[in-house]
Ligand binder design. Structure first.
Ligand SMILES: Nc1nc2c(c(=O)[nH]1)N[C@H]1C(S)=C(S)[C@@H](COP(=O)(O)O)O[C@H]1N2
Ligand SMILES: [Mo]
Length: 413
């Protein structure tokens, strides 16, 4: 893939410099380590029967989801609106289920569904209507895949301070379920069945129209996430995962799929699709995108010296093939290292070894996907549309400014 491999030996030499305290002034000798005496006197008892049966994180780990766009969630009527994942604390590519962003189309109660009672009906332009129980679905051949989901409203602006605000409405999980194509082959799609409409259980239906070609390609009817049943906020017990398409199409609490012969304007689509056909054409597949999660807005570098710059890259167009990083505001670019195997339509972790010399710097990252699509800068997007600002989805490059005191700021102008 033509990626530049970092020079291991040079890195080790720098590692030696770290150990010698040349770059990292604040590292203390091992003698300062707290005694390995087991649990502290007054703290959480992680050895309790309850927590042995079902664990929880350390009370010292406090990473949290936050309401998106200043709208409280839940609101005064207990409706849940979009809440964003704490990407600033992310490592690797899996978002823990408890921190996966949550999206609801118009605000909703999170349904409390008994999986024994739950059914999925597939009907419309099919040879035989079928109603599946959860047990029946789980008997069918399954697939397990890493996929990101991203809300089309995941947009960065200059008032945002942290990466949770600029980019927190995307997350990545390991999803397990049945390919929708397997189910559609069971029911037999009739000639002319060119679209599907998929519906959730809520009173205000989370329904979306999807093209048959995508349905037959890689859409998942998922019942598990990160090694356990999907959590209620993510669509328990059943949801669509529509890889690489905007999040609203990944219908949660899925109960019905109708095969139809045209695009149907549903409640979801109404007011969501842009009237401008150019905008509308852009609105299904997510473009190549990336963001540096460390160092990112609101964080503080404790001093000069070595840092591993790290971030996430993804694309609706397939696997990430290259990520570049700039430390001078986009003047020059260097290849970042891709950590692990890039999966198709999945978050991909990248890193870049950087020694900060204490002068002001502007960090940016740029993603290229397997189709050769390159993530644009905000200026390029504005130039393309012939007016300032970002239209359609926002996959523009995110700049972070490192001030000389080590504080990190959103550098969108
Ligand atoms: N039934 C139903 N499905 C839904 C929604 C909803 O409100 N109801 N919200 C959609 C939106 S807007 C998004 S961005 C994604 C979010 O998926 P997540 O909550 O698992 O992150 O779910 C989509 N699926
Ligand atoms: Mo969304």
């Amino acid at each position: 893939m033509g990626l530049k491999q970092p020079d291991r030996r040079a890195f080790l030499k720098r590692g030696a410099a770290l150990a010698g305290g040349l770059s990292l002034g604040a590292v203390e000798p091992a003698i300062g380590q707290t005694p390995a005496s087991g649990q502290s006197v007054e703290g959480q008892d992680y050895s309790s029967e309850e927590l042995i049966a079902y664990g929880q994180r350390s009370r010292f780990v406090t990473s949290k989801r936050i309401p998106h766009g200043g709208r409280p969630s839940p609101d005064e009527f207990d409706l849940v609106f979009h809440v964003a994942a704490p990407l600033q604390d992310s490592v690797g590519v899996i978002t823990p289920s408890a921190l996966h962003y949550v999206g609801t189309t118009r605000g909703s109660f999170v349904p409390d569904i008994d999986p024994k009672e739950h059914r999925l009906m597939i009907h419309g332009m099919v040879d035989r209507d079928l109603i599946f129980t959860m047990e029946e679905l789980k008997r069918l051949p399954s697939v397990t895949r890493l996929h990101f989901i991203e809300c089309a409203g995941n947009r960065s602006n200059r008032r945002h301070t942290t990466v949770q605000e600029t980019h927190g409405m995307t997350s990545c999980a390991e999803w397990t379920g049945v390919l929708l194509s397997t189910l559609l082959e069971e029911v037999g799609v009739q000639d002319g069945g060119t679209w599907i409409v998929a519906e959730g259980v809520e009173e205000v239906k989370g329904a979306s129209s999807l093209p048959m070609a995508k349905a037959m390609d890689d859409i998942l009817v998922a019942y598990a996430m990160n090694g356990e049943p999907i959590r209620p906020q993510q669509g328990f017990p059943l949801r669509l995962v529509v890889p690489g398409f905007e999040g609203i199409l990944s219908v949660k609490w899925l109960r019905r799929i109708k095969v139809v012969d045209r695009f149907y304007m549903t409640y979801n689509d109404y007011g969501h699709l842009r009237r401008d056909p150019d905008d509308a054409a852009l609105s299904y597949q997510i473009g190549p995108k990336s963001v540096i999660t460390f160092p990112s807005g609101g964080q503080q570098l404790p001093g000069t010296g070595f840092y591993e710059v790290s971030g996430l890259a993804w694309s609706g167009g397939g696997a990430v093939s290259r990520v570049e990083v700039s430390t001078d505001g986009g003047e020059s670019w260097m290849d970042a290292e891709i950590r692990g195997t890039p999966h198709r339509m999945a978050h991909t972790r990248f890193s870049f070894n950087w020694t900060w010399d204490g002068t002001e710097a502007e960090l940016q990252s740029r993603c290229t996907d397997e189709l050769g699509q390159v993530q644009p800068s905000r200026a390029q997007v504005a130039e393309f549309w012939g007016r300032p600002g970002v239209r359609g989805q926002d996959n523009s490059i995110q700049p972070w400014r490192i001030a000389s005191d080590g504080s990190v700021h959103n550098a969108i102008s």
